[in-house]
Design a protein around this ligand. Structure first.
Ligand SMILES: [Zn+2]
Length: 309
């Protein structure tokens, strides 16, 4: 008991030679010196910054306080780089506070083909569901933007790169159909690597399904605002993302169908500067407006008013 009272501070288990070597079982200073080798000398513990407190801007490389970035809607205050955000965060940012009501959030994908790439698709689904805490790569429902009721669907780039399988296709289609039935403006935020190859042709069918539903929305006189975010590629670009009555894009977003390397190899030409970025697509007429994240709510509500919805 007496020994514990004399022992070193908690957490430090190394025996320490006390001045004068009063302790009976403590080694003498000389043996301590010879016993130590360079291998025993550990580096002094570095003072580490708690994870998630600071973040580095991938564009201007500034060290940014995470809270500041969050308050700035995940936009770099220095260079205005738009960070990628989850679908949940997107819905929170776009909708009036606490007005978003998620729908169809019990639909989860099924491994119909028994597909295996690096790992089985069914295992991949489980790990992605654990990571993102949602059943698939989409968040949809109804909400309000500056007091205007809308139907909103956001793809989640954090779930298998926001790839479109049966669930994403089905949820987007249900959102379109709800907007059609209730005559509400539809906003779809795309963020996707394209069709989900693990679901084969069934994922490609979603392109036709969503496009057909949009044609019915259009015939009923509905309004569809498509917002393209970084990245919007593949089968999503080739279907609903590019079918908006109005197409917005966030600054600097990668938007395209095939990747730039594939295109460069096919056309055997050097690609222009900023190829497949929002600003380039605006110049070429594929995008109607490049909108800063801070302006999205105002711009969307302005279009809704303009369309008389
Ligand atoms: Zn920056």
């Amino acid at each position: 008991m007496a020994e514990s009272a004399h022992s070193s501070p908690p957490g430090n288990n190394e025996p320490r030679a006390t001045a004068g070597g009063a302790s009976a079982d403590a080694e003498s200073p000389s043996t301590l010196v010879t016993a130590r080798t360079w291998g025993d000398v550990t580096e002094p513990k570095r003072v580490t910054v708690p994870a998630g407190l600071w973040t580095r801007c991938p564009s201007c490389e500034a060290m940014l306080y995470q809270k500041t970035v969050e308050q700035n809607l995940f936009v770099c205050p220095d260079c205005q780089f738009h960070f990628r955000i989850s679908a949940g965060e997107r819905a929170r940012q776009l909708c009036d506070q606490d007005s978003f009501e998620p729908m169809w959030d019990k639909l989860a994908a099924v491994d119909m083909l028994g597909f295996t790439d690096v790992k089985p698709y069914k295992d991949r689904l489980v790990s992605e569901q654990k990571k993102t805490r949602r059943p698939d790569a989409v968040v949809a429902g109804s909400g309000y933007i500056k007091g205007r009721r809308i139907v909103l669907a956001c793809l989640d780039g954090q779930f298998m790169m926001g790839s479109m399988g049966c669930v994403v296709g089905e949820v987007v289609t249900r959102a379109i159909e709800l907007a059609t039935k209730e005559n509400l403006p539809l906003v779809v935020v795309s963020c996707s690597g394209g069709a989900r190859m693990q679901e084969g042709a069934l994922s490609l069918m979603q392109m036709a399904k969503t496009s057909a539903a949009l044609a019915r929305l259009d015939a009923a006189g509905g309004l569809f605002i498509s917002l393209l975010t970084d990245p919007t590629t593949g089968g999503v670009t080739a279907s609903f993302a590019m079918l908006g009555d109005v197409i917005f894009a966030e600054p600097g977003a990668l938007i395209g169908f095939a990747g730039p390397r594939v295109i460069a190899n096919t056309v055997r030409q050097e690609l222009p500067e900023g190829f497949q970025r929002s600003e380039h697509l605006l110049k070429k007429g594929f995008v109607d407006r490049v909108v800063h994240r801070h302006e999205l709510r105002s711009e969307i509500s302005r279009i809704i008013d303009f369309a008389g919805k």
